[in-house]
Ligand binder design. Structure first.
Ligand code: FMN
Length: 362
């Protein structure tokens, strides 16, 4: 061996000793194609929506056909979601994303859920949510898995177009499949009422110290913070500037009354402009199974909208605040959505990387 070749080989070898392969190339490098399936499925599911973009999911690959889904207790917004119902909906959505992504490999995902009644935000370590199995199947789903990556929440103004009746029928059928009613309205008065109620609820909840403190954990008021943390609510998706969003949450006393209060309401109202479609979903929502099923349904519904470039803004705060506002007329509503055709205003927020979802458990 020539001197230079020997030197190169020696450097590579010692480099490998200092930096194991997994560090140099990532753990996926060492997996064969079958073993990589879970990594590929997670690469789709990581785009799943969650309340406050908390992304509580963690995955552990057990074998080519089995993986365990955990949640990170520190990522549960326990104040606003006291029963963890909405966070559990998100977990159901995540499983649905894995299932849709798995169909391209000829598999479906079957979940065996733990008997836990609700998620435990006080747990000291990641908690098992379900055991997931890949089962061979010929059953197809109506969703191209790329839709999972295209879907986004839009909190900014819409373009006033109404959703086609044939799409409403498709959405109604998707909800009905899991036992839910999708109720649609284009009534201006009802839309305005709902927007007002949502905005008022958002402001009232922000006035509560514990709610606000929890929100402060998830609000990303600089681009750097959003880029580094890859989770939470990025100010760019809210219609307000980073500075104003920061002040609203971290110096909220300035926003409880006066012109700053009015300005906050004005911004919220501005982002609702052009809303010409409203829908709400009713159905079973009492226990963990219901929440997981609602998640399956909601993910399919959202992907169906994505097929037609229809964007969705869930009005979750109205629902989670119901009990605290017993005079509200919305007791029957389980989830409320704003739908509208997209016009360049949906901001793509960051989502955690595959390695963030698997690294701590592998
Ligand atoms: C169950 C559930 C409830 C949600 N509730 C609200 C809500 O009340 N207000 C809101 O602006 N976004 C809500 N969202 C949207 C999330 O904030 C959004 O999915 C997350 O920030 C990630 O952004 P993306 O959907 O664009 O990927 C909700 C999402 C889920 C899954």
């Amino acid at each position: 061996m020539r001197r230079r070749e020997f030197f190169n080989a020696a450097c590579l070898f010692s480099g490998a000793l200092l930096f194991p392969f997994t560090k140099l190339f990532g753990k996926n490098f060492l997996l064969n194609d079958k073993e990589k399936i879970w990594t590929e499925l997670i690469d789709y599911a990581r785009w799943c929506p969650s309340p406050h973009n908390v992304q509580p999911w963690k995955m552990k690959r057990v074998s080519n056909k089995e993986a365990h889904l955990y949640y990170d207790p520190l990522r549960i917004p326990a104040v606003v979601d006291d029963r963890s119902s909405f966070t559990t909906v998100g977990m159901g959505m995540f499983i649905e994303c894995l299932d849709i992504a798995a169909r391209s490999f000829g598999y479906k995902v079957i979940a065996e859920h733990t008997p836990e009644k609700q998620m435990d935000a006080s747990a000291k370590k990641f908690k098992l949510f379900s055991k997931l199995y890949l089962i061979e199947t010929n059953e197809k789903v109506d969703f191209d898995r790329e839709l999972i990556k295209q879907r986004k929440t839009s909190r900014l103004q819409y373009d006033g177009r109404r959703i086609e009746p044939s799409i409403i029928t498709a959405l109604t059928n998707i909800s009905a499949r899991d036992g839910y009613d999708f109720i649609y309205s284009a009534d201006k008065e009802l839309i305005n009422y709902s927007i007002e109620l949502n905005n008022e609820t958002v402001l009232t909840r922000s006035d509560e110290k514990t709610t606000r403190e929890e929100m402060c954990k998830w609000i990303r008021t600089t681009d750097k913070d959003a880029e580094e943390k890859k989770d939470g609510l990025w100010y760019r998706g809210t219609g307000a500037s980073g500075k104003m969003t920061h002040n609203f949450f971290f110096h909220h006393d300035r926003f409880v009354k006066g012109w700053k209060r009015k300005e906050s309401l004005h911004i919220l109202n501005k982002t609702m402009r052009g809303t010409s479609n409203l829908a709400w979903i009713t159905g079973p929502f009492e226990n963990r199974n219901d929440w997981i099923n609602a998640g399956t349904m909601l993910q399919r519904l959202w992907l169906e909208m994505t097929k037609y470039n229809i964007y969705l803004h869930p009005f979750g705060t109205v629902v989670t605040t119901q009990k605290k506002n017993s005079n509200r007329k919305l007791i029957m509503m389980k989830a409320r959505v704003r739908c509208g055709s997209w016009s360049d205003w949906a901001i793509a927020v960051n989502h955690l990387a595959v390695s963030d979802l698997i690294q701590k458990i592998f």
